[in-house]
Design a protein around this ligand. Structure first.
Ligand code: FES
Length: 162
């Protein structure tokens, strides 16, 4: 990885990957989402500078890229914690206690939804349906799903996040 949020820059290998992805689509804009995902993996979050950098790679206006970034909740517009805990608040999960799970998490972590713990350990989010309604109430912890949540189960999961 090279660069940072102030002067973002992909490596030559990453640039080649962006070009390869762009070549997969009739309009290279089709590769914008995977390029933004790569940018987030590389720079940690999508700053305005990163948006401008990616816009340049696609010959788009920074405003266009900003619209995309702000539409999708999977893109972070500020630094995120080492772990991201995203609780589903949609219908099935709501009916089975998501509100209480979220309240429990805010108390245990000492942050509100959308915030990151002061030690940078966890960012807490509340999100729409994650298509695992059979696990309600459920949440996504980084790349994995945790379901059939209870406050006790949540505590055990938090214990494992360093
Ligand atoms: S409503 Fe929560 S996963 Fe679908």
């Amino acid at each position: 990885m090279t660069g940072n949020a102030r002067s973002p820059e992909f490596t030559a290998e990453q640039l080649a990957e962006v070009r390869r992805l762009q070549g997969l689509y009739p309009d290279k804009r089709g590769a914008l989402l995977p390029a933004l995902t790569l940018a987030q993996e590389t720079f940690g979050w999508i700053s305005l500078e990163v948006e401008e950098y990616v816009a340049g790679l696609f010959e788009l206006s920074p405003a266009h890229v900003h619209e995309v970034v702000t539409f999708y909740t999977l893109y972070f517009q500020q630094p995120k914690g080492r772990h991201v805990v995203a609780v589903c608040h949609n219908l099935s999960c709501h009916l089975l206690g998501a509100k209480g799970i979220i309240e429990h998490l805010t108390q245990r972590l000492g942050v509100e939804v959308g915030e990151t713990t002061p030690d940078g350990r966890v960012t807490l989010l509340s999100v729409e349906c994650l298509c695992a309604c059979e696990l309600a109430p459920m949440m996504q912890v980084d790349d994995r799903y945790e379901g059939l949540l209870t406050p006790e189960k949540v505590d055990g999961i938090l214990e494992g996040l360093r």
